[in-house]
Design a protein around this ligand. Structure first.
Ligand code: ADP
Ligand code: MG
Length: 549
């Protein structure tokens, strides 16, 4: 071919490379994970394009990742039979930072003025560039699988420039040769490389061989018998599919053949959700497969929005392989899939609430907001009530922090109690001393305490649970029809005096209240202002007013 052409890396890339090359980051071995995952992505893309009927060079048999080590040359070579790259793709993909992970890394460095990039480099996984943590030179030999493509050789020492040269005899796919720095020659050792692959890349769904011998277990975990998968395997798989660094707190491994074929592993993270997770537009963390072929990595719509905190894999044979991404957006099939998964997830969480109540309580504190969102966005009463089984509230019957679910509440109801009572207040203290709570407290009736503004909206939307009305204690008080006996005894007015007082209050408060009534319900409070519903809104109003100087 022609003489190699020289190019400069984009400024951001240079900055990243500079950090990476000087990296003292102790787990340099992650570069293998990054290169292997790129190889795997390239293979998945090739498979997907083939299924789509894209015309491709198929001069090669199996889709695999082939790794070779050479101790004497100090090289580690990773070759894949994936999509490969055209010259333009080489420049775009390896010369600039398009990748979100690396971008976020650079941004965090710039914004926080972080003086210790080593501490965060591992969190981001800087992709292809991580090869420069261990290599003094990296060569990329690649040929696109699109018909009539020519091969190229890309090379760089990671110091600002790279070259591209047309090459003869390049196999379709990509081969990356890392010329290791002396200090990192361990990565030219076969056993070291095998260990690293075992640690990070066990779940890569294409076969990986090191110097000709298979190095990964390619049995996808979600197709295995749930009983055969160990917690460690789940931890690893969770980190792999979820690009996560924590552990799963709950594991839902579910397989069914009816009403549709479904194999899935879904995880609830150990960590709390971030603000970002609350965003309804957040990328999905669920990969959609069909018969082990990756259809889409961040598959929207497979889970209902409110379950977006779950990460994992969904595999269904019922999804036609040639289903277009557009059709995948909202076909009847995807809707059915979503319903089946939602029902199973609800049943799963409900089981947790009964059999693993302490962990469920912690889960609810962290993720309860998503369940409330689910109820508010559900269309059918039945569906709302299914999700409502997952709600938990503080209750007058238990000390602060010990929560009760609606099914538990109903179980404990007194024989003559018909409704479910709740009281919306900003805190336990205010709930306990609320005049609305007074009479029910005396009768020993359990009342749910709701502290979050959403709680009341959710309960009002719900209206009923298990054919029981859900009623605010304020409403209950207003509806109370008990006659009040004014007999002039110690501490009581005469009936006539009482009537005069009501009339006087009505004139004084004219236009500012709906009515004035006597109630036998109060003892510790002389009077109370009631609203039909949305007591929490009143607290909200008060907060607003209290901000006026
Ligand atoms: P990411 O994998 O998150 O996109 P990387 O820095 O790891 O980021 O890789 C950058 C890009 O380079 C990839 O998106 C891909 O387009 C391209 N690339 C890297 N390795 C390969 C490969 N083995 N085959 C084909 N393309 C590759
Ligand atoms: Mg990558």
């Amino acid at each position: 071919g022609d003489a190699p052409q020289s190019y400069e890396f984009q400024a951001e890339t240079r900055m990243l490379l500079d950090i990476v090359a000087k990296s003292l980051y102790s787990e340099k071995e992650v570069f293998i994970r990054e290169l292997v995952s790129n190889a795997s992505d390239a293979i998945e893309k090739a498979r997907y394009l083939a299924l789509q009927g894209t015309q491709m060079d198929s001069s090669e048999a199996g889709m695999k990742i082939h790794i070779t080590t050479d101790k004497y040359d100090k090289t580690l070579t990773i070759q894949d039979s994936g999509v490969g790259m055209t010259k333009e793709e080489l420049i775009d993909n390896l010369g600039t930072i398009a990748r979100s992970g690396s971008k976020a890394f650079i941004q965090q460095l710039q914004e926080a003025g972080n003086s210790d990039p080593q501490s965060i480099i591992g969190q981001f996984g800087v992709g292809f560039y991580s090869a420069f943590m261990v290599a003094e030179k990296v060569e990329v030999h690649t040929r696109s699988r699109l018909p009539n493509s020519v091969g190229y050789c890309w090379a760089s020492d990671g110091c600002g420039k790279y070259t591209i040269e047309e090459c003869e005899g390049v196999e379709p796919g990509t081969k990356i040769v890392c010329h290791l720095k002396i200090a990192n020659r361990e990565y030219a050792d076969e056993q070291t490389v095998r260990d690293v692959i075992k640690k990070y890349s066990s779940f890569i769904s294409s076969p990986i061989d090191v110097n000709g011998e298979q190095a990964n277990n390619i049995k996808p975990i979600w197709l295995m018998d749930p009983k055969e998968v160990s917690p460690d395997q789940h931890d690893e798989f969770y980190r792999f599919v979820g690009s996560a660094y924590d552990k799963p707190r709950f594991v839902l491994h579910y397989r069914t053949d009816a009403p549709l074929d479904l194999r899935c592993v879904l995880y609830v993270p150990e960590g709390k959700p971030g603000l970002f997770d609350m965003n309804r537009d957040k990328d999905s963390s669920v990969a959609l497969y069909c018969r082990r072929v990756l259809i889409m990595n961040k598959a929207e719509n497979v889970l209902p929005k409110w379950l977006r905190f779950m990460k994992g894999v969904v595999d269904s044979e019922d999804i036609p392989l040639n289903l277009s991404r557009e059709l995948l957006q909202d076909s009847a099939l995807i809707r059915k899939l979503r319903t089946v998964i939602q029902n199973r997830a609800i049943r799963f969480l409900f089981d947790k609430s009964r059999k693993d109540s302490e962990n469920y309580r912690k889960f609810f504190i962290d993720y309860g907001i998503f369940i409330k969102e689910g109820i508010l966005s559900a269309q059918e009463q039945l569906e709302k009530e299914e999700m409502a089984k997952l709600l938990m509230y503080d209750t007058s019957a238990k000390p602060t922090g010990e929560k009760v679910t609606l099914p538990e509440y109903i179980n404990q109801m007194q024989s003559d109690q018909k409704d479910i009572y709740y009281l919306a207040a900003p805190s336990r203290e205010l709930a306990e001393s609320s005049p609305y709570f007074e009479s029910l407290k005396k009768k020993n009736v359990e009342v749910l305490f709701c502290y979050e503004p959403y709680d009341e909206v959710v309960l009002m939307q719900l209206k009923e649970f298990n054919s029981k009305n859900i009623i605010s204690v304020e409403k209950q008080m207003r509806q109370n029809k008990d006659a009040v006996d004014f007999d002039g005894s110690e501490g009581s007015l005469l009936r006539t005096e009482a009537n005069e007082l009501m009339e006087w209050l009505k004139t004084v408060l004219a236009g500012r209240c709906w009515g004035v009534k006597a109630t036998p319900r109060l003892e510790a409070h002389p009077c109370v202002v009631t609203v039909e519903e949305m007591g929490a809104a009143r607290h909200f109003v008060r907060t607003q007013f209290s901000q006026i100087p």
